[in-house]
Design a binder for this molecule. Structure first.
Ligand code: IPD
Ligand code: CA
Ligand code: CA
Length: 282
């Protein structure tokens, strides 16, 4: 059974019933959120490792991830897990895809904008998603075919008809210098059409904000599966489209992603097309 809404038109009292899998994901995301917030105002005590160029993880990322995995494994011992800090086998039929702290750079700078992202996919199809912002206590949830919610209220993508007047989100290619020129070409082209562009620093939250209509669209080069999985389902269930730079389904593999309502999605693709190098065509 998918998540469902039961209600009564005369009293306007609506009860949203979450899918049991989403309930587990929410429990795990909130527990991870507690771990994250406990250290948020004493970042100087957090130990940090550099995983690669401009790529950091802290013991908070690791502890939050361990807690999420513990809760999921207890409920679903036979499911596969792919998690940013501990890896895993992505070939399992039923796979949980976890980013325990999306926006680590913000977190480590005391910039209060980051999230926990937990998604479940079955045979390659995203089925359930939770993105939780522990600072604002905003909980974004979705199950395939049952819509997307923010704190249990239905959300929809923004209704913009074209790029003029839109607010777009993006991420910079700060770990892949080879894409800087292509990226700046895309940025300039979109910037000339949109009202403005934001780089908030958490792809999972950026996508949740597209789902909630706070951003009209989003694009980024070279994301990882755990940055994308939760937010992509939220956008789709909120009536938006998610695709790679050719508009196709390869975004989980390539990490190149565009998300928006169907009209803005098409216009973003058309606008960035002249700036795509061969390795950004999907
Ligand atoms: C990062 C954030 C950021 C995006 C990066 C991601 P992390 O995730 O989502 O917004 O630009 O590409 O890697 O490292 O903070 O989990
Ligand atoms: Ca991430
Ligand atoms: Ca992370």
């Amino acid at each position: 059974m998918l998540g469902a809404v039961f209600g009564n038109h005369s009293t306007r009292s609506w009860i949203f019933v979450m899918h049991p899998i989403v309930n587990i994901a929410v429990r795990a995301a909130r527990r991870a959120g507690d771990i994250i917030m406990r250290s948020a105002d004493r970042i100087d005590t957090v130990s940090i490792v550099t995983k690669g160029k401009n790529d950091f993880a802290s013991d908070v990322d690791k502890r939050a991830e361990a807690e999420i995995i513990k809760i999921i494994r207890k409920a679903y011992p036979n499911h596969g897990i792919l998690a940013e800090e501990s890896g895993g086998d992505s070939s399992a039929d039923t796979l949980w895809i976890i980013d325990p702290l999306d926006g680590t750079t913000n977190y480590l700078h005391g910039l209060p904008h980051y999230a926990v992202s937990i998604a479940m996919q079955h045979r390659g199809k995203l089925e359930h998603a939770v993105v939780y912002d522990p600072v604002r206590q905003e909980l974004f949830t979705a199950s395939r075919g049952a819509g997307a919610q923010l704190n249990e209220r239905r959300i929809r993508v923004a209704p913009a008809k074209d790029l003029s007047g839109t607010l777009l989100g993006t991420g910079f290619p700060f770990r892949s210098e080879q894409h800087i020129d292509a990226y700046l070409g895309m940025f300039k082209a979109l910037f000339q059409h949109a009202a403005d562009i934001r780089r908030p620093g958490s792809a999972a939250l950026d996508l949740a904000y597209v789902a909630a209509g706070r951003l009209d669209g989003f694009w980024e080069i070279g994301l990882s599966k755990w940055d994308i999985a939760g937010g992509a389902l939220l956008v789709r269930e909120a009536g938006g489209l998610v695709g790679d730079f050719a508009g196709g389904e390869n975004f989980m593999e390539s990490g190149n992603l565009v998300a928006a309502n169907p009209r803005i999605f098409k216009e973003i693709l058309q606008t960035i097309r002249p700036h795509l190098t061969p390795d950004l065509q999907k």
